[in-house]
Design a protein around this ligand. Structure first.
Ligand code: PMP
Length: 415
């Protein structure tokens, strides 16, 4: 690690980039935004990139020869290159712009899945997956007669690797796992998962929604066959995301949506398919959002992903320290040194939603519910949980405000 990566973040300066953080909540409380696992906020640099493209460089891409079209096209393809660099892909052809992680999973399920799975084949997930990384596989299983299996997690939120290994067999065609659980915060042992999955002859789909914003992503180092993430969780626009796939796999897959841009030739008899990446980008793509995403990726790269991760880890540890001993507190997931920047919890006898509503009265934005992980909550015998999640612009003071708001909420609800 270089000296620069060890320096703490200059959070005050970073915060000044995010206009929305100046919001006053309910007319009197400074906003404490701790819902970053759901969606982060955007810095001026991203907002300005969006404004700039609409003011100076907007036209449809790919199909026109005029000045603005060439400009928009260049910026759109530059954005693809920025995304390629961000995930360390070999080729920009392996970077498909989608609307987000969910769209990436669905694309692979509908194309690779429909073309390759047969009755009796298996897809191995973990019980901690987001619905986005469960339901498209269940739909695929319904269409093909394949089966979805779930590797279990321990009481403290670690993936049980012996069980995972036992569930893998010669019928397993795909392993699909998140790098970081959006509820437990657990950082899954991707290296071992990759080794086991590939040794069993399965492909590896990585759901990087909760890691791409917070730690370095290197698709070649992790030897992922597919990987997806969302722009809105990495200070980028919503409605844009990236699907990575190894070129040979993407080449062999049938197209997903049909329409403009994804074709080579269309006749009354049929069509031929365009080359990568156009083959998977039918219709007018989210042009400005892709350009905004590139600005976002450059922003977090400049801040430094290792520093972001270290900062969040420190905040998460501090949050654990401040709230772990509150009466009735049950924190989900592993000890703070083993996880990403979030803390999910329940307070015995109290509804998570009531807690979230009361801390919101103090200006603290957290989330309550099942967080799109119903099977995981069922595993722990609970319907939902509350979750505070941190990002590069959060401060120790905000963690203190959160802890204090939580204390008051508990007192009020127990009255
Ligand atoms: N996977 C994980 C782990 C997530 O946390 C999320 C978003 N909460 C998703 C997938 C889905 O992302 P999106 O809604 O942006 O498609």
């Amino acid at each position: 690690m270089s000296i620069a990566t060890q320096l703490p973040l200059d959070v005050a300066t970073l915060r000044a980039d995010f206009p929305i953080l100046e919001t006053t909540v309910h007319g009197q409380h400074p906003l404490v935004y701790l819902d970053n696992a759901a969606s982060t906020q955007r810095p001026r640099q991203v907002i300005e990139a969006l404004v700039d493209v609409y003011e100076h460089a907007y036209a449809n891409v790919h199909r026109s020869a005029h000045y603005l079209a060439a400009m928009a096209n260049d910026r759109y393809e530059d954005a693809r290159e920025a995304a390629r660099r961000f995930i360390h892909a070999k080729s920009a052809h392996e970077v498909i712009f989608t609307s987000g992680t969910t769209a990436g999973v669905n694309l692979v399920a509908r194309t690779w899945g429909d073309a390759n799975l047969r009755p009796g084949d298996e897809i191995l997930l973990t019980i901690a997956e987001h619905h986005s990384n469960i339901v498209p596989w269940q739909q695929l299983a319904e269409r093909t007669g394949a089966q979805v299996k779930f590797a279990p997690v321990s009481d403290d939120g670690h993936l049980l690797m012996d069980d995972f290994a036992r569930l893998l067999n010669e019928r397993t065609r795909l392993v699909a796992v998140a790098t970081v659980s959006n509820v437990l915060g657990t950082i899954h042992p991707l290296g071992e998962i990759e080794r086991l999955a590939h040794a069993a002859g399965a492909l590896l789909f990585v759901d990087a929604a909760q890691s791409a914003p917070h730690m370095t992503t290197d698709v070649q180092a992790m030897n992922a066959d597919f990987l997806a993430f969302s722009g809105h969780k990495v200070v980028g626009p919503s409605g844009i995301g990236v699907l990575y796939g190894k070129e040979a796999l993407l080449d062999a897959m049938p197209p997903f949506l049909g329409g403009g841009s994804m074709i080579n030739v269309v006749t009354t008899e049929g069509f031929t398919t365009a080359r990568l990446p156009a083959k998977f980008e039918a219709g007018t793509p989210p042009i400005a959002n892709a350009i905004g995403l590139a600005a976002a990726l450059e922003y977090v790269e400049q801040v430094g992903l290792e520093r972001i991760h270290a900062h969040e880890l420190a905040l998460t540890q501090y949050a654990h320290e401040l709230v772990a001993d509150l009466p009735g507190m049950r924190i989900l997931g592993p000890a703070p040194e083993h996880k990403g920047g979030l803390i999910s919890f329940n307070i015995e006898g109290l509804a998570a939603m009531d807690i979230a509503e009361l801390v919101d009265q103090q200006g603290v934005a957290i989330r309550a519910g099942h967080h799109c992980t119903m099977p995981l909550h069922a595993r722990y015998g609970i319907a939902g949980s509350a979750r505070a999640s941190f990002y590069l612009y959060n401060t120790r003071e905000e963690v203190e405000v959160f802890a204090q708001a939580l204390r008051s909420a508990i007192k009020m609800l127990r009255r």
